[in-house]
Ligand binder design. Structure first.
Ligand SMILES: Cc1ncc(COP(=O)(O)O)c(C=O)c1O
Length: 371
């Protein structure tokens, strides 16, 4: 700030310093440089991306879409066309769908619209950190109820926290980072009893046991979020959608902070992938098979407890310092997510379910670390 002399700007910058930034962590490129290896040598298992969709198949689709797309023109009908595709794919009404720049943008949009300064957002912990980040950006309070030790929702405590000041409830199911999907009845109880809007983040819905997308018309206050970043393998393109009753859907789309939140190219990629859903379906099936295998193999290692998952990642607790395990794996080019203490578990780590050879290498190295 030393090179700014304007006192007005200086004061503004000083104020902005107080707002937390969201840390997306070190890039693979920077990490590789630090480790003195090539980025290709890093097996990236830290962001729950879908490595099962072949890159070549996606590149072929990209070329097709690029050919069909006139990128000189603003996106006007593309959103509607994608909504038609989503509507027939999920068998849900067209007017319940709102397209956005991936789930993060939709969480932010909903928080801006339904959470005001001084109000309270409720969630549980541990869960996806963007909820807290978006609530704090609104200068709202963020109240969390710990999950029970078996990662189930503490419904009673959550219900007791609801009041006329709690205007937004963030639920994530399957939950990141625990991986479990909560009981449908528990989720429905919370939606029914919550006085404000409920965001149900189903980013991992395609890997899960059930979805509430077809139930949104039964509630005044439910917004389900889905993304193309996980099962559909489009994390880099930033595409997602909300499903909610038609009244909330209208508000969410008309009150979007910007007129063109998603590019035509991205919208058309989403549509094309829905037309090629068998590719996605196959990758989901393969991942689920590999997920069960990985959990079983991790649990065979003395000192590791891996938890069941209905997502594309696995949470595991270790009986050594988590930082040490993380660094040892990193030195072998295996990048996973370190979490530390979660509820009663002191040393937790999370890994994306990788391709079989990646999981093989992960298990092999963990076996070495744990003797
Ligand atoms: C629960 C959850 N919601 C949303 C996201 C972000 O998704 P998107 O890429 O659609 O913003 C993630 C990413 O890891 C996630 O775990």
């Amino acid at each position: 700030m030393d090179n700014i002399s304007n006192s007005c700007i200086k004061a503004k910058l000083e104020k902005l310093k107080k707002i937390d930034s969201y840390n997306i962590g070190e890039s693979t490129e920077k990490l590789a440089k630090r480790l003195g290896i090539s980025p290709n040598e890093i097996i990236k298992l830290n962001f729950n991306e879908n490595l099962f969709l072949p890159k070549k198949a996606l590149s072929d689709i990209i070329k097709l879409v690029a050919d069909q797309c006139d990128i000189r023109i603003y996106p006007q009908e593309e959103q509607n066309k994608l909504k038609v595709s989503i509507s027939s794919h999920l068998k849900i009404p067209y007017d319940t769908i709102v397209v956005g720049n991936a789930s993060d943008e939709l969480i932010d949009r909903i928080s801006r619209l339904f959470l005001e300064k001084g109000e309270t957002a409720v969630s549980f912990n541990p869960t996806f950190p963007i909820f807290k980040y978006c609530a704090k950006r609104q200068s709202a309070n963020y109240l969390t109820i710990p999950l029970l030790e078996n990662f189930k929702l503490n419904v009673e405590k959550m219900l007791a926290s609801f009041s006329n000041k709690t205007s937004l409830l963030y639920l994530c199911s399957p939950n990141n980072p625990t991986g479990n999907q909560f009981h449908k009845a528990d989720i429905e109880t919370l939606i029914n009893e919550f006085p404000g809007v409920v965001v149900l983040d189903e980013a991992y819905g395609e890997y899960a046991l059930y979805s509430l997308v077809s139930k949104v018309n039964e509630f005044d206050n439910l917004i389900v979020l889905r993304t193309f970043s996980k099962a559909f393998g489009l994390a880099a393109l930033r595409l997602g959608y909300a499903v909610t009753n038609s009244t909330l859907a209208k508000t969410l789309s008309e009150k979007s902070p910007l007129p063109f939140p998603v590019s035509s190219f991205t919208l058309n990629m989403g549509k094309k992938l829905l037309e090629n859903f068998s590719l996605v379906e196959k990758s989901v099936k393969e991942l689920k098979k590999e997920r069960e295998k990985l959990i079983k193999r991790l649990n065979e290692i003395n000192g590791i407890t891996a938890f069941n998952s209905q997502a594309n990642f696995v949470l595991f607790a270790v009986d050594k310092p988590y930082e040490l395990v993380y660094q040892e794996l990193l030195s072998k080019g295996l990048l996973i997510k370190k979490l530390g203490k979660i509820l009663h578990l002191d040393n937790c780590l999370r890994t994306t379910v990788g391709l079989p050879w990646m999981n093989e290498r992960l298990v092999k190295n963990l076996k070495i670390i744990f003797g």
